[in-house]
Design a protein around this ligand. Sequence first.
Ligand code: ADP
Ligand code: MG
Length: 640
Amino acid sequence: MSLLQIAEPGESRARQACHGRVVGIDLGTTHSLVACVRDGQPVCLPGPDGEVLLPSVVHYRSSGPPLVGAEAAAMAHLAPYDTIASVKRLMGRGLHDVMGKCPYRLNERSESVVRLRVAGGREVTPVEVSAEILRVLRQRAEQALGGELAGAVITVPAYFDDAQRQATKDAGRLAGLEVLRLLNEPTAAALAYGLDRRREGRFAVFDLGGGTFDISILDLRDGIFTVLATAGDTALGGDDMDRALVELICARHPGGAAFAASVEADPGLARHLLLQARQVKHRLSSEELVRITPVGGEGEVQISRADFEQAIAPLLQRTTLPCRRALKDAGLTAADLDGVVLVGGATRVPALRRHVAELFGRPPLCDLDPDQVVALGAAAQAEIIYSERNDMLLVDVTPLSLGLELMGGIVEKIIPRNSRVPTRARQVFTTYADGQTGFDLHVVQGERETAADCRSLARFQLRGIPPAAAGVARLEVTFLIDENGLLHVTAREQTSGKEASIQVKPSYGLTEEEIERMLLDSYEHGAEDVARRQLLEQRVEADRILNALRAALAADGHLLEPAERARLDEAAAALAAAREGQDHRLIAERIQALDRASQEFAQRRMDQSLSRAVAGRSLHDVERAVHLQEPATEGEPCPG
Ligand code: ADP
Ligand code: MG
């Protein structure tokens, strides 16, 4: 493979700006941190108050710059609408996603962007609020490092979608940061523990923060982490423990029910008590017994660690199911793991650590500070990127995207262009037709949306998988480009364990001019390609639905009255006609119409054999399914 450096617009500028001052930033829901590498060791940088944790809270005033951090948090009870906390939950979200769920004043007439109305008649977007937090961290780092920053790695949850990632990048740019890369939080934690120095392994990263719980399963091979599965609970965290403690304090208070009632009646007092409860929680992580005099009443309350553990037992229990699900989705059991990493301040609670140890059958890794571990890993990564950029003029990158042909001739890109080598990517596919017993795999290279417009690299087949209903089989396809630029494609059907693989030399025979032409081509045809892809996708979907309907009618047509049957046939005919046309929107409309027309029928079929219909496939699987076609040549006989 040729050594190529294709500079992205703006990248050359970034390189010039590098003075060696790069940082890692954990932009958290509750707290944010910035870290850098000093004398080869990542360290978190403290603010003027000596604290490394910056509360992710921004308070807007009627004039002057906003307050950020602890000062802002102190204003929350006085000006709740002007004090924005947990803005991470709003990042990359549309107005409709957050309406009714957001405790701030929303501009409900804004197009689709979330705009918060704050003091001084101003409106701010979540990106702007996050940028305020990042700006404070940037200043903190520039002061500590003595000059302008050359770049930052910012972490994001592994489940963040493109819009959420883009919003995070935008916030970085708005804060005057050169975002070197966004890094998944669990991967950052694994890097902080140096797990990437092992040859390979599988790790769980258990992250319990202030208000969210995330569990991720990572796979390390050839020095590259892949996220195999994520799960969690977006409404579970240390804050819930605080509330459980408040209840416990009220129940124990010598003032009895009158005390509880006075707290309930006074939001200011309730907030204060909540802060006090949080202090108690923190102390109980190292002390066995805590005595406090709660605000708003006479008398002392004693809370032992055992009392606290009893109060939060149901909360700990709520982490169990997501962990099991993530393992199951990754196709692993706890015994297959090589380690469990703890992340998030709430994992300091000893009972939580015991719970995790029990859940995974091993003590978790917890030598690093769980609030800092993500930022430390991000700093390590920033340093690596920086030093690589500095001493490399030539980095081995994939000059063109590599992908697989799907049903309908569409290309699914598996490794995007400009990925650094070595690299690995994984994607799960499923069968298109009932009874399909094989897969036809066509590996292509290029930027265009259809296989016919890309360069064909290789074809191979996987046969002999047990026939099953469409969408049940799970074909895991892995693309690995090794240090030598060789592409290894492996396809493994998970239920049967059948496997096939092939090796190709992707850029063999391509000159730089050819690569350039293929890239230019894709830019030229961009819009046209997208339209063509949409049409092909809708056609595939139409065929799939028409086939499924045909099979369902053959099997269970007796469940329909003649008039109902006529309506369905009519909707199916309308779809079949649209499918032959060029209008992808019309096809989509008729798919929906057919879907509506067949709902009653589907319901009856479900009622008839509920267990058979859902056995072995979760909704999750079906949603993520991408269909691959069956080999065209002599397949095994398929029923139906
Ligand atoms: P996020 O990722 O959501 O920003 P953090 O990782 O900073 O959150 O975790 C914040 C949570 O950790 C808070 O609920 C805080 O009370 C809790 N926490 C911090 N220190 C301790 C401790 N010593 N014992 C128990 N909980 C703690
Ligand atoms: Mg966090």
